[in-house]
Design a protein around this ligand. Structure first.
Ligand code: MV4
Length: 450
């Protein structure tokens, strides 16, 4: 298959912009780094073949400015756009405009993004394809109050109300008792309407102690679909993941194979194209679908380390129409990988800590990978996410990956700003974390907060 992508616009910033740039280098694709005024001096901007300033520091006026991104692609004569994660990465209207302007969008079809962006449509689609979902309303909750109360009784309390336009923890409200139901619906619907322009709600049984496990998929336009294992992302705070690992500790090979095949089968039916992640809650040995992500994810490196596959390169190639050059039987899973997200923030209060990094030492050694755009004298801008990089370690088993992580975090030095490295070290020293199989409430208990 003839490759078409010649020059690619990176519509993102920070470590993922650098990660995409590296993948393009390997593929012989020219790069255009887009940046806001706040990221003008970032080193990765100069590593790109070209760069374009697309606006002032606030993301709304730069990284989220659809017209500016497309104009930058036009003036640089690029022919593809990679959205990274966050920002415009799961904006179906953006993907559509990119295609209508005759650029290759690195991601699935706009229609797929749209389906997965509306959580009710996503769940209904998955359910119809045999993906296990959480007992719930199977669509918008009934308008009629008596019907709603009856439905809620059937599902059983505690319940979780969710906005169809939400996701990633936004637009959710717990309902513990029947007498709170109607008021909760009114409040959540109003909030959802103003936040997402869509007031429709669905309701699910509230799972109290699940783990968060996700399945990585890679699919091309020629019917090849690969299952690239799972990640456990249960270590999170306020829906922000902090540590991820692959494989998920303690899943049996039967459980793993079963959920993998369910996801592969769903992708086949959807004619899914690109990288994709099925997010599940896992409780009492059962998987329950919650959302599907159509983008490359922050935690993709743990999958790369256990499979040896460059997911960003593959993502770009399949968007270009290329056929995946290996088959499921060629994919093997080796050892264990863990990722710690390094944030510019106070390790105890979580207050952001932007400013100049006066000195940084990046760790190394066997099984240690660091994805970061930070360097000595880099100025962490206050306008964006506080993540300054990721330390990812690989070992023959979980114990070795953890030991390598402890060593890497000890070696890493960041001066001038505060980071959450001390928090990571205290998590690694926690006996429950060391045993694996922590649920999504772990960090709240470990930190004794919220
Ligand atoms: C849930 C749940 C418990 N029960 N749904 C949070 C973000 C969004 N992706 C879905 N989320 C949850 N949905 C039911 N029916 C608990 C969460 C949840 C969560 C899920 C994944 C990872 C971290 C989480 C942290 C808090 C709550």
């Amino acid at each position: 298959m003839e490759r078409r992508i010649r020059k690619l616009v990176i519509a993102n910033r920070g470590e993922i912009a650098l990660r995409i740039l590296r993948a393009c280098r390997q593929l012989g694709i020219l790069t255009v780094a887009l940046h806001s005024e706040a990221d003008h001096d970032a080193k990765y901007v100069r590593l790109a073949d070209e760069s374009v300033c697309i606006g002032p520091p606030p993301a709304r006026e730069s990284y989220l400015n659809v017209a500016a991104v497309i104009a930058a692609a036009e003036v640089t004569d690029a022919n593809a756009i990679h959205p990274g994660y966050g920002f415009l990465s799961e904006n179906a209207d953006f993907a559509e405009q990119v295609k209508e302007s005759n650029f290759i969008f690195v991601g699935p079809d706009p229609e797929t993004i749209r389906i997965m962006g509306d959580k009710i449509t996503a769940i209904n689609t998955m359910q119809s394809m045999g993906v296990p979902c959480i007992p719930g309303s199977n669509g918008s909750i009934p308008r009629n109050q008596d019907e709603l109360i009856t439905l809620a009784q059937q599902i059983g309390y505690p319940l979780l109300l969710k906005a169809s336009g939400g996701g990633g923890g936004k637009g959710m409200r717990q309902v513990l008792r029947e007498q709170d139901l109607i008021e909760a619906v009114e409040l959540t619907s109003k909030e959802a309407l103003s936040a997402f322009g869509n007031g429709s709600l669905y309701i699910e049984r509230y799972l109290e102690t699940p783990r968060h496990i996700e399945i990585q998929i890679l699919a091309d336009m020629h019917g090849n679909i690969l299952y690239l294992g799972d990640r456990d992302c249960s270590i999170q705070r306020r829906y922000q993941k902090v540590i991820e690992e692959s494989p998920s500790p303690g899943l049996s090979s039967e459980q793993r194979t079963q959920i993998g095949e369910i996801c592969l089968n769903a992708c086949k039916q959807m004619h899914y194209k690109g990288v994709g992640t099925f997010e599940f809650l896992f409780q009492d040995g059962q998987f329950y679908f919650i959302e599907m992500n159509t983008r490359i994810q922050v935690e993709h490196p743990v999958t790369e380390l256990v499979t040896g596959i460059d997911l960003v390169q593959e993502q770009i190639l399949v968007a270009d129409g290329c056929e995946i050059q290996f088959r499921q039987e060629d994919v093997s899973f080796t050892g264990h990988a863990i990722e710690c997200r390094i944030n510019a923030e106070d390790s105890e209060t979580f207050t952001p800590s932007p400013g100049q990094i006066t000195r940084i030492h990046i760790p190394g050694g066997p099984g240690v990978r660091v994805d970061s755009h930070a360097y000595t004298n880099y100025n962490v801008p206050p306008f964006y996410d506080s993540m300054i990089g990721k330390v990812i370690t690989h070992g023959r088993d979980r114990k070795e990956a953890m030991a390598r992580m402890s060593g890497a975090l000890q070696e890493m030095q960041v001066e001038g700003i505060k980071t959450n490295i001390p928090m990571h070290q205290s998590i690694l020293n926690n006996p429950n974390f060391q045993r694996g199989q922590c649920d999504i409430n772990f960090l709240k208990h470990h930190l004794n907060v919220d």
